[in-house]
Design a binder for this molecule. Structure first.
Ligand code: NAG
Length: 497
């Protein structure tokens, strides 16, 4: 007995020590993160527009939008629906693509059997963006469907009969924000395909440069050019300066072409290099640009980029309670809280930045400086892990905000395709107005949109699983894209329990 007791004490002490030394005591195992990773990518199949391939795994979906662009004599078939509706919005689609590609670039090595699915998710978008960018010289197509008409219906994408109007930006009606984000997406994706498909990669990069030139040459916000159809949905509140610097930074990263370095040096100050900003989203790219450019300073000691490292530190410090510069808000349960609508988009994008910055810091033993304290990569990683774990179910409500993950997850997500019966089960068309009975029904969604992360809880950690509560129950491609990288990282860097 005595021996057993001593033995057990020893194992407890050992266990505790191991716990303190690593990121153990995790609510989730590496297998859980791998499972969540697979699902986070699978989600994108449920958002697909266009002709679905034979290997489509979200089998409740079918072809849709097959004549998108045809009445304008352009082929705009494909791409992604942004969220729970059937509109193809260019700005969030491009941003989604940039972050999916960034996830693969930084954490693809940890994706194992999911790397091909992740690359397919990027390509589904870039195939579309290439068409949008090259179909008509001097123009970039930035949206398919009239969102006001779309939102007046509750229809499956396979049934939709609302106007599939096409909107573009041009020299006369510029959209530097959406164009530079598209350039960023194409450039980031060119890195993803550099080794596996060099000719596709070259085409992406070449197109990125052309679209960036167009964005920079004809300056203006798309909210001023085509505001009636992009606002208030994806109005460019932050203007276009942030996207120009972000786009140039991605092309520089992808091409190492000195023209873009020169552009960043001479235009950086005008385009926001000196501003601090604490929110990274489809609208505002400033914090992401700082982190992306800090790599040049951290890894190559390029002094001209020290500025970006300093602002990256400010951003990181803003998220870390107890440091100077701290200014974020957290729920009592520990979730980063930015907005009542679709809050988890800010959480997942911040998580990708925390982990990416931790990676850049680690390559040269660097630290983030928050006033008088030094913050290590490990601190950034453990903050990111808290956020990811919260999303996956380690939270006061004990619910996973990823559909299809864990025992309890949202059943009534605000998503037309998921909430209406599948066309395979119910082939008869369900018209615009007839669909609303499914929106208002109390039944769980018939099609589980596996992997979708919804808008998430309120500032007090409470969540109502209600289809009408789109602020909390709607998924979006830009909520998922950055978490793909984070889940890959934790699947490879968590100790088994
Ligand atoms: C670098 O980029 C500039 C601007 O897009 C382009 O004119 C030039 O050909 C590029 N240089 C190389 C070596 O690709």
């Amino acid at each position: 007995m005595a021996y057993a007791a001593t033995f057990s004490l020893v194992t407890q002490v050992l266990g505790l020590t191991l716990c303190l030394l690593s990121l153990c005591c995790s609510a989730f195992t590496p297998q859980d993160y791998s499972d969540a990773l697979e699902k986070s990518i699978l989600f994108f199949e449920g958002q697909r527009s266009g002709k679905l391939p034979a290997n489509q795994r979200a089998t409740w979906r079918a072809n849709s939008g097959l004549s998108d662009g045809s009445s304008y004599h352009v082929d705009l078939v494909g791409g992604y629906y942004d969220a729970g509706d059937n509109v193809k919005f260019g700005l969030p689609m491009a941003f989604t693509t940039t972050l999916l590609a960034w996830s693969v670039i930084e954490f693809g090595d940890s994706m194992h059997n999911q790397i091909e699915n992740a690359k397919d998710a990027v390509r589904w978008s870039t195939d579309y963006l290439l068409k949008a960018a090259t179909s008509t010289p001097g123009a970039l197509y930035v949206q398919v469907a009239d969102p006001n008409a779309d939102h007046r219906c509750w229809e499956r994408p396979e049934d939709m009969d609302t106007p599939r109007n096409v909107y573009k930006v041009s020299a006369q009606n510029p959209g530097s924000d959406v164009a530079a984000e598209t350039a960023a997406a194409l450039a980031a994706a060119s890195i993803v395909f550099k080794d596996s498909d060099p000719s596709y990669s070259g085409k992406l990069l070449h197109t990125a440069m052309k679209v960036f030139d167009f964005a920079d040459r004809y300056r203006g916000s798309y909210s001023d050019s085509i505001g009636s159809v992009v606002c208030p949905f994806y109005c460019s509140y932050s203007g276009y300066h942030d996207e120009l610097l972000w786009g140039a930074s991605w092309i520089h990263r992808a091409s190492q072409n000195s023209s873009y370095l020169a552009y960043i040096k001479s235009n950086g100050h005008i385009l926001g290099a000196d501003d601090d900003d604490f929110s990274f989203s489809w609208d505002d790219k400033r914090p992401g640009t700082k982190i992306l450019l800090s790599k040049s300073f951290l890894e190559k000691n390029n002094e001209e980029f020290q500025l970006y490292k300093a602002h990256s530190d400010n951003y990181i410090c803003s998220l870390l309670p107890g440091t100077s510069n701290f200014q974020a808000q957290y729920t009592p349960g520990g979730l980063l809280y930015k907005a009542s609508e679709s809050n988890l988009q800010y959480v997942t994008s911040a998580t990708l930045l925390l982990l990416t910055y931790a990676k850049y810091l680690r390559t040269n033993g660097g630290v983030a400086t928050c006033g008088s304290s030094k913050v290590t990569a490990e601190t950034l990683i453990s903050e990111a892990k808290k956020q990811v774990d919260y999303i996956l179910g380690d939270n006061p409500a004990k619910i996973s905000y990823m559909v299809g993950f864990g025992k309890k997850y949202p059943q009534h997500i605000h998503h037309r395709g998921s909430s209406l019966p599948s066309v395979h089960e119910h082939p008869e068309r369900i018209s615009c107005n007839d669909g609303f009975q499914y929106l208002h029904s109390g039944s769980p969604n018939p099609n589980v949109l596996v992997g979708a992360i919804v808008g998430g809880p309120d500032s007090k950690d409470s969540f109502s699983d209600d289809r009408n509560n789109y602020q909390q129950s709607e998924p979006a491609t830009y909520i998922n894209a950055p978490v793909v990288g984070a889940l890959a990282f934790f699947s490879a860097n968590t100790n088994p329990n």
